[in-house]
Design a protein around this ligand. Structure first.
Ligand SMILES: [Zn+2]
Length: 443
């Protein structure tokens, strides 16, 4: 009983943190509860064994919900988790109406978004930034958005109860989720529109004087290079953080770059204060598929415990992750990552001398290019056909870099029985308005 009363008091305090006086008081309370629950889990889940027990309980609760409320999963209660279907993005989009409690299909969401609406049938809807044929869609309740907000804040700013924060957010497709938190009395949020170009708002950002910033790595790098990145806590989000960008930002600021691993599908991880990215295993159950026979990289299949309006169950993600086997010194039992290495879509498929298709993961080519010459600060690598690729280097890179990059790549490919044509060109197009993918498979 005492513990309950203690929790109640904390919840009231959190209401103040999140700005309970705002019109969305009820939802802010949801965020506050979620914030507390996330903090509580971090205290209760001390090792892998307790995490496992927690996840089993969550999966059982999810199973009951799916069976009762999500048509696609009707009868799933009688089947063990391992037998539930694994879904691709295409299957998810095709059967979207059966995957949510409201029976709303993907085309209804597409039409609503095209008309500028953010809601369908009382649910918040959205889509990923992918090409039109390859978009993912999501549907969540208003309350679920705030659960998500609470989780992310608890993981990124665990001291939000103790001190005020000024958080700058420069993320693609900023939804009204973020805007809704601006009135919080302890957390001030500033929004910076990527579509407008950084130089348009960089001075406003400096005036806003954030202690925490969340932005794509290319934006953080630009700010660092222009000596405009003064925040104490720096989070990279929305795109893969390339070690090149990390080094430039950390050298310029003297601070660790932390990461928030999120996608249209949800929140998957947040870096701890040591700078190590931990998976959010208290909200998502992860299974793994290896990216290629000779790669240590894996691709996740995710099951989100917290999503109720739309099921996100055994969903095959496009990301390539490098899992760490070493425990983190921060003491968190959540799986640490060495890196997010890119997307499964961008694994090159090159034909060898026997006509067989071989998979080459982005990290292999990235390392060959970056290690070729210390002056290489940026690059693009694109697969242009089953047997050719193009490398773009900066105009300013030294002349000898071309030959060094070519020979490094040739050596690496030869070791795998591959000999693609390699074209080296000078000049890299900036792309602040869309996702930066340094390694891309075009063909
Ligand atoms: Zn850690």
């Amino acid at each position: 009983m005492t513990a309950r009363r203690g929790k109640g008091r904390q919840a009231i305090l959190l209401c103040k943190v999140f700005g309970i006086a705002s019109v969305q008081a009820e939802f802010m309370l949801t965020a506050a509860r979620s914030f507390l629950a996330t903090r509580w889990r971090r205290g209760m889940i001390r090792d892998r064994a307790s995490l496992k027990r927690y996840q089993i309980r969550q999966l059982a609760a999810l199973q009951r919900h799916l069976d009762a409320h999500i048509p696609f999963y009707s009868g799933v209660r009688r089947r063990p988790f391992e037998q539930w279907p694994i879904l691709s993005k295409t299957e998810m989009v095709e059967r979207f109406a059966e995957m949510n409690v409201a029976g709303i299909d993907a085309s209804a969401i597409r039409h609503a978004l095209a008309g500028g609406a953010e809601r369908v049938g009382g649910f918040v809807v959205g889509q990923s930034t992918g090409t039109s044929g390859n978009r993912g869609y999501y549907l969540i309740s208003e309350a679920e958005r705030f659960v998500w907000l609470g989780v992310i804040l608890a993981k990124a700013l665990p001291d939000a109860l103790l001190r005020r924060h000024r958080v700058a957010l420069a993320l693609p497709g900023l939804s009204s989720l973020y805007r809704s938190a601006t009135h919080g009395s302890r957390i001030a949020l500033g929004f910076f529109d990527l579509a407008r170009g950084i130089d348009e708002w960089a001075d406003d950002l400096v005036r806003f004087d954030p202690d925490t910033i969340v932005a794509p790595p290319k934006v953080l790098r630009w700010l660092a290079e222009h000596r405009m990145l003064n925040a104490e806590t720096i989070f990279s989000g929305a795109e893969v953080l390339d070690p090149l960008d990390r080094a430039v930002i950390e050298t310029a600021t003297g601070r660790i770059v932390r990461e928030i691993y999120m996608a249209t599908e949800g929140l998957f991880g947040v870096s701890c204060p040591k700078g190590v990215l931990h998976l959010a295993e208290d909200v998502v159950f992860f299974e793994w598929e290896r990216a290629g026979a000779d790669s240590r990289l894996v691709s996740p299949i995710v099951t989100d415990f917290t999503r109720r309006s739309q099921a996100l169950v055994r969903y095959r993600m496009n990301d390539l992750l490098d899992l760490s086997e070493t425990d983190c010194s921060c003491g968190s039992p959540y799986q640490p990552l060495r890196a997010i290495e890119g997307r499964l879509d961008d694994v090159f498929q090159l034909v060898d001398s026997r006509g067989l298709v071989r998979m080459v993961t982005p990290d292999v080519m990235r390392n060959a290019v970056v290690d070729a010459h210390p002056a290489i600060q940026d690059y693009r690598i694109e697969q242009t056909s089953p047997s050719s690729l193009r490398v773009c280097l900066e105009v300013a890179a030294p002349a000898e870099a071309d030959d060094l990059v070519r020979s490094r790549l040739e050596l690496r490919f030869a070791g795998m029985g591959l000999g693609p044509d390699i074209e080296i060109v000078r000049g890299i197009e900036p792309c602040f308005d869309r996702k930066l993918r340094r390694v891309r498979r075009l063909a």
